[in-house]
Write a protein that binds this ligand. Structure first.
Ligand code: NAD
Length: 221
């Protein structure tokens, strides 16, 4: 049994994560931390092997610091903060993913492959109007992967925020006389949960830390 706590447990993603952890036979939900519940992260750390963080950009790094200082592994889903700062953390393992949906990870991979073969590209990301950061962590990561694969500047990102949306992204590539569109839609927050549970199960056995991106757990290369 892996003892798991959730930071941001009263939020949209935190509620979905608590339900997924609760339903998994090999995981035990030991704590729900959230200012909205009157429970601090420090109050639950002593009971947890792993903490899942779905909070706000301003809190994620300090939360991760508190986890590893207590010897608790941390799985970070929060976006909109500087992932490079995770390199300074030690004491336990850190795993972060801007997107836990397998379809989104595939979309990023296909976009990077295509970027090496087509002349130009732009990214359009669409999210619900409660999302605090723009561009999304997924779009920023896609642009970074495409820049690495093509050797060109990162493609421009356009951000749309509207009620009714969950998390969607289109990568549009253009070349002489043709375009290619790669699109992913998360239409429910459950789409992220298999990836979150995979990271919870694997974070304690990572051979290096921090590890960024679900692709590191899914693909050999
Ligand atoms: N990685 C992914 O696959 C993925 C998918 C969707 C959303 N996200 C990201 O997850 C984060 C949360 O999204 P959401 O839609 O659930 O937001 P939300 O606003 O619904 O929830 C955030 C929660 O965090 C709580 N919180 C604030 N400070 C805290 C702290 N110091 N400790 C503990 N809890 C704290 C808030 O009270 C709130 O309940 C965002 O950064 C979002 O971009 C990531």
């Amino acid at each position: 049994m892996i003892a798991v706590g959730v930071a941001g447990a009263a939020g949209r993603m935190g509620i979905a994560a608590c339900a997924a952890i609760d339903a998994a036979d090999d995981l035990e939900l030991r704590g729900r931390a959230d200012p909205a519940l009157g429970v601090s992260l420090e109050q639950i750390l002593g009971d947890c092997d792993v903490v899942v963080d779905f909070t706000v950009p301003d809190a994620a790094l300090a939360n991760a610091q508190a986890c590893v200082a207590a010897g608790v592994h941390v799985v970070i889903g929060t976006t909109g903060f500087d992932l490079a700062a995770l390199g300074q953390l030690s004491g336990a393992n850190v795993f972060a993913a801007p997107n836990f949906a397998i379809g989104a990870v595939l979309m990023m991979r296909f976009a990077a492959q295509a970027a090496a073969h087509m002349a130009a590209a732009e990214i359009v990301e669409f999210h619900h109007d409660g999302k605090l950061d723009a561009p999304s962590g997924t779009a920023a990561r896609t642009a970074e992967l495409m820049a690495q694969a093509s050797g060109r500047l990162a493609p421009p990102i356009h951000s749309v925020r509207l009620p009714g949306l969950v998390a969607h992204q289109e990568v549009i590539l253009g070349d002489v006389g043709q375009t290619l569109t790669i699109r992913h839609d998360s239409i429910a927050r459950e789409s992220f949960m298999p990836g979150v549970l995979l990271a919870v199960r694997r974070v304690g056995t990572l051979e290096r830390s921090p590890v960024v991106g679900l692709e590191a757990l899914l693909f050999d290369d």
